[in-house]
Design a protein around this ligand. Structure first.
Ligand SMILES: Nc1nc2c(ncn2[C@@H]2O[C@H](COP(=O)(O)OP(=O)(O)OP(=O)(O)O)[C@@H](O)[C@H]2O)c(=O)[nH]1
Ligand SMILES: [Mg+2]
Length: 221
């Protein structure tokens, strides 16, 4: 019983800080996106491919979440975009307080877009509001077409699901069309997109267009 209460208090405190973050982002006209998905689903690879395009239109910063290493932040910096690495030392998700602390290192008057790559995990990150405007979940084809059915909160508490690694679906006996149907059966409102290698070349046009559309819609509010 006591454990349930502590958990509830931690969650409500997180919500308060997330709302503070959201107000702060809004005040400075900064669009914030939270990318989630299993370990290795292709989150950093997607960022490496979309940042060179997005950074032409928006002054962008990336916040990376991992249990350990600076690896992902270093990969992002190679694209020319500023990156801040959080190491959770075992924590399975990012929380609003960690984002507040990294945001303090970013110049809000010279930033239009912040992209957060959450800790690789299809369960925990979904439950933690960071103050973001947009949630995107990556689902890689080799994880299996049944995963949307087995991990429904990840499908329900997101705006979009991006299927990655369709190029290797056939090697893992995965049916992409069934995976899409499974996503929509859990959440008919989810926007379902694809990104990944096609004939050896990485493509993420639909994801870039989607993000641009969402930023435009937010600015028009
Ligand atoms: N074949 C293929 N490989 C991909 C694709 N996208 C990513 N990968 C590979 O998948 C592996 C994991 O990709 P990452 O981008 O590091 O995955 P991640 O989700 O950032 O992983 P964590 O940050 O550890 O959770 C890398 O070896 C990528 O090259 C794709 O569309 N097709
Ligand atoms: Mg990564």
């Amino acid at each position: 019983m006591a454990e349930i209460k502590v958990q509830k208090d931690v969650k409500s405190l997180n919500k308060e800080i997330a709302e503070k973050n959201r107000a702060e982002f809004k005040k400075h006209n900064i669009f914030v996106m939270n990318i989630m998905g299993s370990p290795g689903s292709g989150k950093t690879t997607l960022l490496e491919n979309i940042l060179p395009v997005l950074a032409k239109s928006y002054r962008t910063a990336v916040i990376e979440g991992d249990l350990a290493t600076q690896n992902d932040a270093e990969r992002i910096r190679k694209t020319g975009v500023e990156a801040f690495q959080i190491n959770t030392n075992g924590g399975c998700h990012l929380n609003a307080k960690q984002i507040e602390a990294e945001y303090a290192k970013i110049d809000p008057d010279h930033t239009d877009l912040i992209i957060i790559e959450n800790v690789g995990n299809l369960v925990c990150p979904i439950e933690w509001d960071l103050g973001e405007d947009l949630r995107v979940v990556l689902l890689s084809a080799p994880e299996g077409e049944d995963k949307p059915l087995k991990y429904p909160p990840a499908m329900l508490k997101t705006d979009a699901v991006v299927i990655t690694k369709a190029d290797i679906a056939s090697f893992a006996d995965v049916n992409i069309e069934q995976m899409k149907k499974n996503i929509l059966s859990v959440n008919p409102k989810a926007v379902v997109l694809e990104a990944g290698k096609v004939n050896g070349v990485y493509s993420a046009e639909s994801v870039i267009d989607y993000i641009k559309e969402k930023i435009k819609a937010k600015k028009a509010e």
